[in-house]
Design a protein around this ligand. Sequence first.
Ligand code: FAS
Ligand code: PHB
Length: 389
Amino acid sequence: MRTKVAIIGGGPSGLLLGQLLLKRGIDNVILERRSREYVLGRIRAGVLEAGFVELMRTAGTGRRMEEEGFIHDGIEIAHGARMFRIDFRKLVQRSVVVYGQTEVTRDLYAARDAAGGEILHEARATSIGGAEGDTPFITFRQGGEQRRLTCEFIVGCDGFHGISRQAIPGKLRKSYEKSYPFGWMGVLSETPPVNRELIYSCSERGFALCSMRNENLSRYYVQCPLSDTPDDWPDDRFWEELKSRLPEPVAARLVTGPSIEKSIAPLRSFVSEPMRHGRLFLCGDAAHIVPPTGAKGLNTAASDVHYLYHALLAWYDRGDARTLEGYSARALARIWKAERFSWWMTNLLHRFPGQSGFDLRIQSTDLDYLAASEAAQTALAENYVGLPY
Ligand code: FAS
Ligand code: PHB
């Protein structure tokens, strides 16, 4: 098999890049190790920055997002019994769109099918070769057969557990990591959202988040010990714990119901540098991970795709290699700002084991300052809606 751009991974990064390239006539093939049903069964992100929304429009896949997504002009921060709003529209004149990653992925799959784009499912990339030269290749297994895909560029969109990051020689690669001593227990329920906008809550019992997917599909999270499993959280216990972490008036109007999805995600900050090695480029979770507190995971994948898409256009349209050479530094500059913001939001809103009396006072004062300072709220707002690409 042969193509111009070989993409490993049929998640949002790979699908979005593949669609953008297809629209500009740049041939590409996507290898996805799982079935389409498996990929579409994942429940993950829910908030899209303006930059992501724009990319979906450029890719010609924005129609359903615009029809069914919710424009949010702010978020609520709850701190004990108090709740205050961060007004994005007033502070930075921008907003975000709430539209599930599952729907984004579904729209991108549909567009790829319509465009006749090639995607091989249950095709697991097993090795990457020739990245230092100009005829790189991927070997992959599909249907019990070992096959080879030769190309001009390889893009690793294969997530944190993929193979592409390791294809950059260890002596050239440096990674930075921070693991948090807790996870998020997440529930999806066919109930009306408790609030029109998201509520991020810092309570004595720990963090909670109230989000949604549509008028009758809510997404809730509570901070939990890493040792917990979803079986430790029967629905009744989850709902009671969520209510105990919300201001009384919010808890009183919470509509509960059976969970239709329940999972625990660990929280981690991770960056692997560089994001390029010869003709191999990394995008999204293959190169970096953020704690979901700042809603940046999916959105940093999008900014990587934006930078790499324009770099590949420069190469194929004008033979200009400079943007490809500058990709890693440019992507990492924005990624580290998202890492900082996600780390900051996580420290602001979670209870950490072993926090001293002083730590708790500082955390509380941080929230008091945020509640009272327009400058502090503007800083949160400009990061949450997404820094410029
Ligand atoms: P993905 O991991 O989505 O996709 C990688 C794809 O590569 C997968 O489909 C995988 O099957 C495939 N693959 C892997 N190895 C392969 C191989 N060898 N050959 C072929 N294919 C291979 N972000 C937020 O912003 N908000 C959230 O609330 C949020 N919640 C999350 C919850 C969980 C449990 C997880 C794991 C992540 C969450 N994220 C969240 C982050 C998430 O949305 C990612 O940022 C997003 O999926 C990144 O997309 P990709 O880079 O495409 O990676
Ligand atoms: C979600 O809706 O799943 C979601 C929203 C915002 C976050 C994390 C998750 O920060």
